[in-house]
Design a protein around this ligand. Structure first.
Ligand code: DX5
Ligand code: ZN
Length: 232
């Protein structure tokens, strides 16, 4: 049974465990349990990206400690072979990268397993690559760094693409979450929000802080404050 992903398009904070202490992941989840909307789980295969992180057994262990919606970001060349394992481990949504191809097949495979489906695009992947799939997915993830590592600088040059995705979703009346990931903090999140993002992944800005719960709320408040300022 899938946990609630929340209202599509609503502001959501998604702390990324990548910057947490991997020896104390359950504790890290607990630190954001009351402030996170989603828990972002970065899965890297040492092939699509030059790093190796979390697999289904870790997701299964985390599931025992949390009722949060698990947003699994699969930075993998061959995610198809592992979707069922992630689902069984307790993933709620799985996001695959458009750059690996076979997108229709992978989206259908996620759906058949009852998973929410996300489609991710690297910073240099154009809007046109994700455009044909907007009506088939629950989440579009615009990477605001090249994936592979936490703590990189936000790439503002991705913002026009975020705006293009938002415009296309709105024009078509599609209830799809628009997520940004990479270099998100209290300064960059409002800029991404102004471009149309509504789900904010943050790793180092949250788990690199002394009080991850406060850091999460500060990013949320910065987005809300900027939105209020825009409306006035
Ligand atoms: C990067 C991952 C991100 C990462 C973001 O490849 O997909 O989710 O955790 O880390 P920060 O927020 O530190 O840029
Ligand atoms: Zn990620």
């Amino acid at each position: 049974m899938s946990r609630d992903r929340g209202e599509p398009g609503a502001l959501k904070m998604a702390p990324s465990l990548l910057s947490a202490d991997f020896g104390s992941l359950a504790q890290a989840v607990g630190e954001v349990a009351n402030v996170a909307d989603w828990l972002h789980v970065d899965v890297m295969d040492a092939h699509f990206v030059p790093n190796l992180t979390i697999g289904p057994p870790v997701v299964a262990s985390l599931r025992k400690h949390s009722g949060l919606y698990f947003d699994c970001h699969l930075m993998m060349t061959d995610p198809g072979d592992y979707l069922e394992a992630f689902r069984d481990a307790g993933a709620d949504g799985c996001t695959v990268h458009v750059e690996i191809g076979r997108t229709d097949e992978l989206v259908d495979a996620c759906r058949a397993l009852g998973l929410r489906v996300g489609l991710a695009a690297n910073p240099d992947t154009p809007f046109e690559a994700v455009e044909p799939y907007l009506h088939k997915v629950d989440v579009v993830l615009c990477m605001t760094v090249f994936p592979g590592f936490g703590g990189q600088a936000f790439m503002a040059e991705v913002l026009p693409k975020v705006s293009e995705v938002r415009r296309a979703l709105d024009e078509r009346g599609l209830e799809v979450d628009l997520e940004v990931d990479g270099g998100i903090d209290r300064n960059t999140a409002p800029r991404a929000a102004a471009a149309g993002a509504n789900v904010f992944v943050a790793g180092s800005a949250i788990f690199g802080a002394d009080r991850p719960w406060d850091a999460t709320e500060e990013i949320r408040a910065a987005v809300l404050h900027a939105a209020g300022a825009t409306r006035r």
